[in-house]
Design a protein around this ligand. Structure first.
Ligand code: MF3
Ligand code: CO
Ligand code: CO
Length: 270
C-alpha cells in the first residue's frame, strides 16, 4: 500500500513518480528490450508467429519475470505479433512467415511490479523498398515524438510532431490506438495520442512515465478489428508499422527505459 501511493497525481490523473521509482522502470524496460533483441535471430521465413510467442514466453520465465499480457482482458499470449497489414494486437498462432513479411513484436513484462512495454519491427528475410521506407518513417516519427518530451511541453506537442512528420512523408497516422501512462500499472492516464495540435493537452512534468507507440499506414488511417476481437487491420489492407518505447520525463528531457542493449532497436534486419 505504501509503495502504491508513492508520488502524487496531477489534476489530469497522471502519476508523478519519484527518483526511487526509476530503478524499477529501468529493470523492466531493459528486460523487455533484451527479449526483443534476442528475437532477431528467430524471425525467419517458415517460422510461425505462435512459435515466436513460445520463445518469448520461455525467455520471460527464465528471467524470473511475468508477462503483462497473459490474462490481460482475456488475452492469452506473451506478445502481440502483427504481420503486414495488421496494425496491432495480432494474436500469435499458426501463421507461417514468408520471405519479405514485415512484423511488429510487442512485449510487456512485469519486473518486481514495474511494467516495461516496447515493440519494434522485424522482417522475415529482406524487406522491399516500400516496406523499408514505411518502417524507417515510423521509427523516425517515434524518435521525433520522444525528442519533444521535456517538462513544460505538452502531450499535444508529441502528437503534433509525429503527425506532421508522417504526413509530410505521405503516410498516415492511426487514430484508433494510442500510447498510455504506465509504471506499476499497464495502462494508466493519459492517452498518448500520435496526432494533435501543439500546445494542447496535459503539460509534461518530471516523473511522468508513459509509452509512445505510433502506428503508421502506407494507405489510409482507418482500422477495423477482426471477429477475434483483438486483431486490428488497415481497412484498405495497406501495410502498417509500429515502434514503441516506454519513457520517463526527466528534468530536461526524456529517459528511454526500453533502449536496445544490443543497439538493434532499428533496423533489426541490417
Ligand atoms: N503492449 C500493448 C501496448 O502497447 C498492449 C497489448 S494488450 C494485449 O499497449 F492484451 F493485446 F496483449
Ligand atoms: Co503500450
Ligand atoms: Co506494447
Amino acid at each position: 500500500m505504501k509503495d502504491r501511493r508513492r508520488g502524487r497525481l496531477t489534476r489530469d490523473g497522471i502519476r508523478i513518480h519519484e527518483e526511487a521509482d526509476l530503478d524499477g522502470m529501468r529493470r523492466a524496460g531493459r528486460l523487455a528490450a533484451e527479449i526483443l533483441d534476442r528475437m532477431i535471430d528467430h524471425v525467419v521465413p517458415g517460422i510461425t508467429t505462435g512459435r515466436l510467442d513460445e520463445i518469448i514466453t520461455s525467455m520471460i520465465e527464465t528471467a524470473g519475470a511475468k508477462s503483462a499480457t497473459i490474462g490481460y482482458k482475456g488475452y492469452r499470449h506473451a506478445s502481440c505479433i502483427s504481420v503486414n497489414h495488421v496494425v496491432c494486437h495480432g494474436i500469435p498462432g499458426d501463421k507461417v512467415l514468408k520471405e519479405g513479411d514485415i512484423l511488429n513484436i510487442d512485449v510487456t513484462v512485469i519486473v518486481d511490479g514495474w511494467y516495461g512495454d516496447t515493440s519494434r519491427m522485424y522482417v522475415a528475410g529482406r524487406p522491399n523498398r516500400r516496406a523499408e521506407r514505411l518502417m524507417q518513417v515510423t521509427h523516425d516519427a517515434l524518435m521525433l515524438g520522444i525528442e519533444t518530451v521535456r517538462p513544460g511541453n505538452t502531450f499535444g506537442d508529441i502528437g503534433a510532431a509525429i503527425q506532421r512528420y508522417v504526413e509530410s512523408q505521405r503516410m498516415s497516422v492511426v487514430r484508433d490506438f494510442c500510447g498510455h501512462g504506465l509504471g506499476r500499472v499497464f495502462h494508466a492516464p493519459p492517452n498518448v495520442l500520435h496526432y494533435g495540435r501543439p500546445g494542447t493537452g496535459a503539460v509534461l512534468e518530471e516523473g511522468m512515465f508513459f509509452t509512445i507507440e505510433p502506428m503508421v499506414n502506407l494507405g489510409r488511417p482507418e482500422t477495423k478489428v477482426l471477429p477475434d476481437d483483438w486483431t486490428a487491420v488497415t481497412r484498405d489492407r495497406s501495410l502498417s508499422a509500429q515502434y514503441e518505447h516506454s519513457v520517463g520525463v526527466t528534468s530536461d528531457g526524456a529517459e528511454i527505459f526500453t533502449l536496445s542493449p544490443a543497439g538493434r532497436f532499428h533496423p533489426t534486419w541490417a
